[in-house]
Design a protein around this ligand. Structure first.
Ligand SMILES: *[C@@H]1O[C@H](CO)[C@@H](O)[C@H](O)[C@H]1NC(C)=O
Ligand SMILES: *[C@@H]1O[C@H](CO)[C@@H](O)[C@H](O)[C@H]1NC(C)=O
Ligand SMILES: *[C@@H]1O[C@H](CO)[C@@H](O)[C@H](O)[C@H]1NC(C)=O
Ligand SMILES: *[C@@H]1O[C@H](CO)[C@@H](O)[C@H](O)[C@H]1NC(C)=O
Ligand SMILES: *[C@@H]1O[C@H](CO)[C@@H](O)[C@H](O)[C@H]1NC(C)=O
Length: 491
């Protein structure tokens, strides 16, 4: 039997590896050539989407809206770093869906994402059929990303975006002529996951290996992949991208602050509420998440931070204003507090009374506070907060705006009205006018309005570990930044 010494075997291994890589490279070239031939022979002309040069990146959506935004921001950074056009999946504004591994998520989105298609399926006795796998998609409400979020900062960075039109499995075949069979393996670089936090992407190979993410990719490794399409499964998680270079850290921070909600109704109505609250920066804001058990414990912590902040403000005020006789003040405050408490059922009068008080030094119990919360009736669930802080307001106190919003019927992405590319590569709509477009209920805008109002507080107290709070926090930072820069201009 032949025996090799160490260096001979190493040489052989390297030689085999080199041959393998050359083979792979040639195979990839051939496949791209075949792909070009393939698309040429299709009646769909892909002139507008040439495979030469332009490369694409995409991922799959899951979880709640603000978690989807975290994934979107991660994907923008990857698109920028890898010089790829971002194909954005639709945003689900309904109930968050679960993460699933690469071997399930694309199939769940295909089967359950299009509510109308799913409803058209019938059981043998003619009843609408709904796959048990789709239980978390019962309130799946897809919308185009740029109908909700402002992508100006993304485009200013030079990242090109395209809205994915549907989540069907054959989307890449229909729109991009990527065959739905083994021929696609060298056109598509797929980054798969089998656990929720499978892979982390780092901008610097010397970053310590994460205990949370068993796999890792460096930006450099990903940049070497020449495949026309790069497809990730999940890109969710604020720590999905571990960044060390100041360029990428700043880019991420910029996107987190700038990518706000641009939905016109939401912007207009939140501005209205902010005005009624005395204008931007005239109130402090807090997010109390009630949703599940864990957060209930966090609530007291959050409110304790609110009290501390208010104490600080009160102290500052006292130093500045040299309040006179304490006893006299206490007596008049007690009367004021009692008066405002008596207005519990008259939010407009209560707000007017509270606004008058804000002009003058006042104890913390009279501070104007806007609370955003997912509690369905905050006043009955958190009565002690309203007793303690008598000028505490929630979205429910602006009933006219809530009612108008609930009455809306915003249009969803229309999976049935697919458009196709004609010979000239123009998008051609084949809308069947007799089919009304799918709509959602205005309810989906309620948390968005809530967040916009909270974002313009003079200070914001978040709920720890909530992505909704994180969103408001970034927007609040931006608000203060903008306020400071306008003040400077005026000066
Ligand atoms: C980025 O990709 C475009 C094609 O989409 C190409 O024209 C351009 O040269 C690329 N830029 C760099 C720096 O590689
Ligand atoms: C590529 O083909 C496989 C079947 O071989 C299919 O499961 C997969 O979804 C295809 N990928 C794309 C992006 O169409
Ligand atoms: C906001 O909505 C009100 C009421 O519909 C409307 O009168 C106003 O013009 C809107 N403002 C903006 C800036 O769109
Ligand atoms: C449009 O949809 C209606 C209702 O589903 C159907 O009856 C009609 O044939 C469709 N028209 C076209 C041109 O597809
Ligand atoms: C804005 O200015 C205030 C005081 O002038 C300062 O405390 C705050 O840190 C500044 N905020 C930002 C985001 O620059």
């Amino acid at each position: 039997m032949a025996r090799f010494n160490k260096s001979t075997s190493l040489t052989i291994v390297l030689l085999l590896l080199t041959l393998f890589l050359i083979h792979k490279r040639l195979e990839l070239r051939q496949d791209i050539k075949r792909y070009a031939e393939f698309t040429k022979n299709r009646n769909i002309n892909l002139k507008r989407y040439p495979p030469d040069g332009e490369k694409f990146i995409t991922y799959l959506p899951h979880s709640g809206l603000h978690n989807q935004r975290v994934a979107l921001i991660n994907s923008v950074i990857l698109a920028k770093a890898l010089n790829r056009t971002l194909i954005m999946p639709e945003l689900n504004l309904g109930t968050g869906t679960y993460w699933r591994p690469s071997t399930y998520l694309p199939y769940r989105l295909d089967e359950c994402g299009d509510f109308h298609a799913a409803l058209r399926r019938k059981t043998e006795d003619g009843k609408p059929w709904w796959s048990p796998d789709c239980f978390d998609y019962r309130n799946y409400l897809p919308m185009a990303v740029d109908s909700i979020f402002d992508l100006t900062a993304v485009h200013q960075m030079g990242v090109k975006t395209i809205q994915r039109r549907d989540m069907q499995l054959d989307y890449f075949e229909r729109y991009w002529s990527v065959p739905l069979d083994d021929r696609n393996t060298s056109l598509v670089y797929q980054v798969k996951d089998n656990i929720r936090y499978s892979y982390q992407i780092v901008d610097d190979p010397s970053i310590d290996k994460s205990t949370k993410f068993p796999e890792r990719y460096t930006l450099q490794q990903l940049a070497q992949q020449q495949y026309p399409f790069m497809m990730f499964n999940s890109l969710f998680g604020s720590d999905r991208l571990a960044l060390r270079s100041s360029q990428w850290i700043q880019t991420r921070d910029h996107l987190r602050k700038e990518m706000g909600v641009r939905q016109p109704w939401v912007v207009n109505r939140s501005r209205d509420i902010i005005t009624r609250l005395g204008g931007p920066g005239s109130y402090i804001s807090v997010h109390i998440r009630m949703g599940d058990g864990i957060f209930k414990e966090v609530m007291e912590e959050t409110m304790e931070r609110v009290r501390q902040k208010l104490n600080q403000l009160e102290q500052q005020q006292q130093e500045e204003d040299m309040i006179g006789d304490d006893d006299e003040n206490d007596a008049s405050s007690a009367a004021t507090i009692a008066y405002i408490q008596s207005l519990q059922e008259q939010p407009e009068q209560r707000l007017a009374a509270c606004l008058r008080l804000q002009q003058h030094p006042h104890p913390r119990r009279l501070a104007l506070i806007y609370m955003t919360t997912d509690a369905s009736s905050p006043r009955s669930i958190l009565p002690h907060l309203f007793d303690e802080f008598v000028c505490l307001f929630t979205l429910g106190d602006f009933k006219d705006i809530v009612d108008d919003t609930l009455a809306l019927q915003p249009a969803l992405m229309d999976h049935r009205h697919q458009s196709h590319h004609n010979q000239e590569g123009e998008e051609q709509s084949i809308i069947n006018a007799s089919l009304p477009p799918p709509i959602a209920k205005g309810k989906i805008f309620i948390p968005l309005i809530d967040a916009e109002v909270a974002a313009q507080g003079s200070l914001f107290v978040p709920t720890a570990r909530s992505t909704f709070s994180a969103y408001i926090g970034f927007r609040n930072k931006r608000f203060h930044h903008m306020k400071n820069s306008t003040t400077n201009i005026v000066d």
